[in-house]
Design a protein around this ligand. Structure first.
Ligand SMILES: [Zn+2]
Length: 234
């Protein structure tokens, strides 16, 4: 795969949040804190360092405040979307990266660590209206779901279909709507294989999860020419 195509890897978007997790892991006898959000300095005196910050995957402009109002008002909450859409430097940087490389980007995969879902747009809509808004893209996602090989028990659809929750300001929604690039979030892993701190139970489990998730990625790669014909880049 690597020999036959061009891949861009962005290992971590929330680099400062990840650095805090790593630092406290080393400082506190290997305890993993629940730091989902970034390290935006606002509200730190109200929320504390761990609970302050913006949820980067609720900060994208499309359907920015589609979630329950309590999420949009709770500045210390897990899903706080920020003061305005695209306010965060991490999101601005990723948006610019995609804009700069959109001619070469034919598919975007956001890798997350819950299990066990293959999530596609539009996450800010319940029920999902992708059938009317972007039917060609739904054809692509359905084809992957039906014909590619996924780990046992994988679920498919938007966040409402796989998790029963509407997500506002989602990255995939924005990338598809803004650039016309098919974008998905893979919640990798197997249900029940992660502990409460989102960590693989051991290195063999991590390896199994990664190797089982390569199959559908290979399928996308093998079909990327066909996919590029179906999409309408913007
Ligand atoms: Zn996720």
């Amino acid at each position: 795969m690597l020999a036959g195509g061009k891949f861009f890897f962005l290992p971590v978007l929330n680099v400062d949040g990840a650095a805090l997790v790593e630092q406290s892991y080393n400082d506190t006898a290997k305890k993993i804190i629940n730091k989902r959000k970034n390290m935006a300095p606002g509200f730190r005196s109200t929320c504390g360092e761990e609970d302050a910050g913006v949820d980067l995957n609720r900060n994208w402009p499309l359907d920015w405040q589609a979630m329950d109002q309590s999420n949009n008002a709770d500045v210390c909450g897990e899903y706080w979307p920020g003061l305005e859409p695209l306010s965060e430097p991490e999101n601005k940087a990723l948006s610019k990266f995609v804009a700069d490389n959109k001619a070469e980007l034919k598919f975007i995969i956001n890798c997350h660590t819950s299990g066990n879902d293959f999530v596609w747009p539009f996450n800010g809509r319940d029920p999902n209206d992708i059938q009317s808004r972007a039917p060609n893209y739904l054809t692509i996602f359905n084809d992957i779901a039906v014909n590619a090989q996924f780990p046992d028990g994988a679920m498919f659809g938007n966040s409402g279909q796989v998790m029963g929750e509407k997500m506002s300001g989602d990255c995939d929604d924005y990338m598809l709507a803004t650039y016309g690039i098919p974008s998905v979030t893979s919640e990798m892993g197997h249900l029940n294989q992660y502990d409460a701190s989102w960590k693989c139970t051991d290195s063999k489990v991590c390896f199994d999860i990664l190797s089982q998730n390569t199959k559908w990625m290979e399928y996308i790669f093998q079909n990327i020419g066909k996919i590029a014909h179906i999409v309408k880049p913007k």
